[in-house]
Ligand binder design. Structure first.
Ligand SMILES: NC(=O)c1ccc[n+]([C@@H]2O[C@H](COP(=O)([O-])OP(=O)(O)OC[C@H]3O[C@@H](n4cnc5c(N)ncnc54)[C@H](O)[C@@H]3O)[C@@H](O)[C@H]2O)c1
Length: 255
């Protein structure tokens, strides 16, 4: 899919992975809508890059609908990237005191990390489906989701997050199959550990902990490496229905 001249929606575009993606797609000539809850950062990107910021809650139908509408008003929406985050709850399935992991926290994590992704996927795909097919393949566009390697190797205490990310991974092939008659591809990135504000800790502390666990390169990933992969996923029309790990061969241990 040609990035230049297309309209692109980046949900979570004010976050670590999102900002790098917004910068990359914008530099490649897309008209980008940054859809996020972080108004200050979103508006700063708007002022710096000439992108548009729309206050958006990924879990809300009307809110994502408005962001999609804004993206459609800027040109042909052909690219949607979802890399939003949010609060996740965790803990051992049965705690040391014998109490089971909470149902409310599980539901909330699924809401943010799975239902939110589904919401963006379905609304963006419906708008992309309205575009004219291009090229000999009749391609209309591409949707990129973000899972995590926790989808495959969830660590102790991560059950709700791992379940949500596993759901995103599982959605990928069936969504690609569903959307194939429309010429819309669906791909998912499963990052390992990428240095972003999500961890809420100093970079040197994070590198010291995670870096030695990554086989090669022996460091955390950079948001630009995620953004570079997103660009490739957009541009390579034969990548579809796949979950691509971006993790330096890291496999999460149990703890
Ligand atoms: N950073 C990593 O190592 C890593 C690893 C694996 C997976 N991921 C996944 O990548 C995604 C992005 O991670 P990040 O590190 O960039 O996080 P981040 O915290 O830097 O950015 C997340 C962004 O999402 C926004 N957001 C939160 N709730 C939202 C909502 N309901 N609607 C719209 N936007 C919302 C936040 O305001 C923030 O700008 C997450 O889904 C995360 O699980 C990250």
């Amino acid at each position: 899919m040609r990035i230049e001249g297309s309209s692109a929606l980046v949900v979570g575009g004010a976050g670590g992975l999102g900002e790098a993606t917004v910068r990359r797609l914008s530099a490649a000539g897309a008209r980008v809508v940054v859809a996020d809850l972080a108004d200050d950062k979103g508006k700063a990107l708007e002022a710096e890059l000439g992108v548009r910021y729309v206050h958006t809650d990924a879990t809300d139908e009307d809110s994502v609908g408005a962001a999609v509408e804004e993206a459609a008003s800027m040109g042909e929406l052909r690219i949607s990237v979802d890399c939003h985050g949010g609060p996740a709850s965790g803990g051992r399935l049965v705690g040391k005191d014998g109490s089971p992991l909470g149902l409310a926290g599980f539901r909330q994590t699924i809401d943010v990390y799975l239902t939110g992704v589904f919401n963006v996927l379905r609304l963006a795909a419906a708008e992309i489906a309205r575009q004219a097919p291009v090229g000999e393949d009749g391609a209309r566009g591409v949707v990129v989701n973000t899972a995590s390697i926790a989808a495959f190797e969830g660590q102790v205490g991560q059950l709700p997050y791992a379940a949500a990310k596993g759901g995103v991974a599982a959605m990928t092939l069936v969504a690609a199959r569903d959307l194939s008659p429309l010429g819309i591809r669906v791909v998912t990135v499963a990052p390992g550990t990428v240095l972003t504000p999500a961890y809420g800790k100093a970079a040197d502390q994070l590198e010291a902990y995670w870096g030695p666990q990554v086989p090669h390169p022996r460091r955390m990933g950079r948001p630009e490496e995620y953004a570079s992969l997103v660009q490739h996923l957009c541009e390579n029309d034969y990548l579809n229905g796949e979950v691509v790990r971006l993790d330096g061969a890291l496999r999460f241990p149990p703890k």
